[in-house]
Each structure stands twice: as C-alpha cells, then as structure tokens.
Design a binder for this molecule. Sequence first.
Ligand code: MLY
Length: 265
Amino acid sequence: PKEPFTWEVYLKETSSVAASPSCFRQSRVPPSNDFKIGMKVEARDPRNSTSVCIATVMGLMGTRLRLRLDGSDNTNDFWRLVDSSEIQPVGTCERSGDMLQPPLGFRMNASSWPMFLLRTLSGAEIAPASAFKKEPAKPPQNHFRPGMKLEAVDRKNPYLICPATIGEVKADEIFVTFDGWRGAFDYWCKFYSRDIFPVGWCSLTRHGLQPPGNSSTKNLIPTLIPSKASSSRRSSMQSPYRLPHPLPPLPVRKGVRGRRPKSQT
Ligand code: MLY
C-alpha cells in the first residue's frame, strides 16, 4: 500500500530543499478565512481587469475563496486569496467615485444592469470589511533557485494546489514545474506571484494538496535526449535532440502468403 504524500518523506526521497518562506509574497502566519458562502464582495473581473464587479463567494478552501461574478454564468468561477488586492468590501468602488460594472459576458441586456445590481445587493449578505486582509508586500528580490520545492496553483485547474519545483530563474521571473506531470502544466510567473506558496502552506491552512503526478520523465517513447557531444558538429538546421536507440523496424505487410501485422490497439 502506497504511503500518503508528505513533504518530509518526499524532500528526502528527492534529496531536495524547500524554498524559504521569505522567497514568497505570502504572510508568514497565514490569514484566517472569515468569509462565508453566499457573501457579496467587489472583485476585479479576471477577463477585463479594468472593471470592478460584484461577486458571490461560492466556496471556501484554506485561505482562498471561490468567486462568481453576479450576472455571469457558472463556467468562469475563479479563486482569490482573502488577502488579495483584487477583492474589496462592497461600497469601496462607489466611495472612490467609480461605478460597478457588469461582468464581461453579462447574460442580460446592458440596459438592465442598474436594476440587476440593485436587486442583487438588496437583502444580500455583504462580507464585512474585517474579512479582507492586507496584501503582504513583495519580497525585495528574487531569491528562488532552480531545484527548490514549493506549492503552486495549477493554473489550468486553479482549484488545485500541487507540489512543484523551480525549473529556471530569469531576472524577476521563475519557471514553475509540476512534479510528475511532464511539463503540460508548467508556467513562468513573477517571483512575487500570489499563486505560489512555501512548502507546508496547504497543511497549515487546511487546503488540499495534490500528490505529485506519476508521469516519469524516463521511459517516454520515443525518449528525446539533448545531445551535448555532437553540438559543435551540428548545423543550425538540425534538431538539438537525438533518438537514444534506433527505432524498431516497422512491421512489413507481405503479399497473399503473409499475415497482416497484428494491430497494436
Ligand atoms: N485529470 C486532469 C487534471 C490534471 C491535473 C494536473 N495538475 C495536478 C498538475 C488532466 O489530466 O488533465
């Protein structure tokens, strides 16, 4: 029976180190999540960052909120930390002299927006200002190094937080690689991204942590290995990769006397 994932065992197994908490734009003591399902907040529209909209808290996970813009459909939910600068108490927008906007893809006629907004907010539970926490400051510099471990939001499945490794560091950016997933979910982000957390964050905040995937980088067929030795003899048009072994011969279809090769499916 396979042991459940723990960082303690995994760091040993992979002989790797966790990135220091000081590398991250996250509080050393995670904030409490004082929101409740159904509460209304103001949120920047993720698809149109110039507008501030009304959103409803649809779910809570650790220090994160699952949000849905009122007047939008249920297919564009997004996640924000309780100390995100992209959410604020209802009334903040108006006090600063701005107007609440309908979300991109508002499902009604634009002319019905003022009445929709009125009905949305009347009698609704408004999240108290005390639930919104101050966003931590950016760390002054990028202290990440390749090989350091962290926990990171899977941006293709943003409800998931997963074990990850720093693959590359370039100026104020880092390449986040997802352990055991062959690169399909990897991304570049700023070192001060809010989507990355120190090892232990999920456990501390009672957020689920995905186990590493099981895709090995070995045994890929065909396995492409960068060739170093031949690089000086290569013309710029040739691939920097070579196949490690000759490919197996293709099955040959013989005439009437022969048998057809068996299907591989
Ligand atoms: N089953 C989905 C979700 C994969 C999630 C990968 N994350 C954890 C890096 C898929 O295979 O696409």
